[in-house]
Design a protein around this ligand. Structure first.
Ligand SMILES: [Zn+2]
Length: 462
């Protein structure tokens, strides 16, 4: 007897599961002629069909692209909430008791989910826009809390912003991949099915990808912040030159920005990328060796070539940030003497000198990255600071052993009157280091890290 009770219980649970139409349980009779087995939202559609919230047509089609009318929307949300659909007279002059949806429309109205128009009509045949749908679903399912989400076509100062944020925060919509929501676009049956399925079943929900937030600074003395993308919109505040802003999205010539104290639209002509600390500075890069002097040779690598390749990548980073770069050599055939290199740096009015090298040692076990300065040099202390910033970026970026910042008695940093460092990227004689020194990807990482170290040094001077 006990066994029988157990069986009954399992049976009841099974039937209940079927009736609740849990996701993944797609019944065979809900396959439509116009919904292929690979249709991306087939599962959500079948979920609602199984729950009898949405129906197909008698010709066994679903018509996924057909627009949803206000009548259909009222029927579907009433069914989703289990409201009575028994036909009856309604509060609307254009919905008679004979309308198949009259009961659903009146029930949804009495529940406070839908409203008519001020002329007493419901306009059942009008289509539903996406923002109306957002409003309806947030009412029906009680999506009241919201985070701030930004779509490029939803002005945060308008009423539409709130329901759209609510359904986004609850995972009902993530908008389109181009960061639009298309609030005025008509809902089609598929979109409606997706939204309602996600409202009812949390496992279907989605998370909107956060758009990239750009840092921009105000370049005008005073910049008005407005409620909309145009000068006709009222002012909500103003920003002064140099204020840091974060662009949430853009609308034509306007950007919706947030600052620590306000947010709104500003004209894009008066904001710009923050100016780098090194912008306008002159920097000498010295690719070690060259011409008749190849430097070290090991593992098929020639030092002068490595030094030049990394230096040229470093030059690009520095120039992109607005620095003027002076190279002591730009090809592998030239050999500037050590004193020439110092003269080039000094005559160019450079503020820093960075010499790039790769190391070698008789024992191939020796490995790692080190950066030298010279403490007897006129700017030895500055050299040490620069070396420290570069070293800390470099060995981490390329995951080499940190040999540290050291004093070194090299001509180009000893005789230099401007802060100078000599970077030893790694050991050409060590198999692991050599692989990195040979790799274009690692050379790029090296250049970027040295660049960042130089920026760190300039930032420390601000
Ligand atoms: Zn060298």
């Amino acid at each position: 007897m006990k066994k029988f009770v157990g069986f009954m219980l399992v049976f009841v649970v099974f039937v209940a599961t079927l009736m609740s139409g849990s996701p993944g349980m797609v019944s065979a009779n809900s396959s439509f002629k116009d919904i292929s087995s690979s249709y991306p939202y087939k599962e959500q559609i079948n979920y609602l069909v199984n729950k009898e919230i949405i129906n197909g047509y008698p010709d066994n089609t679903f018509r996924p692209d057909e627009k949803v009318t206000r009548r259909e929307a009222a029927v579907m949300v009433s069914r989703a909430k289990g409201l009575s659909g028994t036909k009856r007279s309604t509060s609307f002059s254009d919905v008679s008791s004979k309308d198949y949806a009259s009961g659903y429309i009146q029930s949804a109205f009495e529940a406070g989910y839908i409203n008519g128009y001020s002329d007493g009509t419901y306009r059942p045949d009008a289509t539903m826009s996406r923002v109306e749908m957002a409003y309806l679903l947030s009412q029906v399912f009680g999506f009241n809390t919201y985070d701030k989400y930004y779509y490029s076509d939803v002005n945060p100062f308008t009423k539409s912003y709130h329901p759209i944020n609510k359904i986004t925060a609850h995972g009902i919509s993530e908008g389109y991949p181009d960061n639009t929501f298309k609030p005025t676009k008509d809902m089609n049956r598929t979109e409606f099915a997706i939204f309602v399925a996600r409202s009812l079943e949390p496992t279907y929900r989605v998370t909107k990808k956060e758009n990239t937030v750009l840092e921009r600074v105000v370049t005008a003395d005073v910049l008005n912040v407005r409620k909309g993308p145009g000068t006709s919109y009222s002012k909500v505040g103003s920003l002064t030159r140099g204020t840091q802003t974060y662009v949430q999205f853009t609308a034509n010539d306007w950007a919706y920005v947030k600052t620590s104290s306000t947010q709104g639209y500003v004209h894009q002509a008066y904001i710009a990328k923050p100016v780098s600390a090194i912008s306008g500075s002159i920097i000498t890069i010295d690719p070690g060796h060259g011409g008749k002097d190849p430097g070290a040779i090991a593992n098929g690598l020639v030092e002068k070539e490595i030094n030049l390749a990394v230096s040229k990548k470093l030059q690009k980073h520095l120039e992109a940030a607005g620095a003027k770069v002076v190279m002591t050599r730009t090809d592998n055939d030239t050999y500037p003497s050590l004193s020439d290199r110092v003269k080039i740096a000094e005559n160019s009015n450079s503020t820093v000198f960075v010499s790039i090298h790769a190391n070698k040692f008789s024992d191939k076990a020796a490995h790692g990255t080190e950066t030298y300065y010279n403490y007897t040099a006129p700017q030895g202390e500055e050299g040490k600071k620069l070396a420290t910033f570069i070293q800390n970026r470099l060995y981490k970026a390329i995951d080499t052993y940190n040999r540290g910042v050291k004093h070194g008695n090299f001509h180009v940093i000893r005789e230099n009157t401007i802060p100078g460092v000599l970077v030893e990227l790694g050991f050409m004689t060590n198999p692991e280091d050599a692989k990195k020194l040979a790799s274009n990807t690692y050379r790029e990482l090296m250049a970027k890290a040295i660049y960042q170290g130089i920026v760190d040094y300039y930032n420390s001077k601000k």
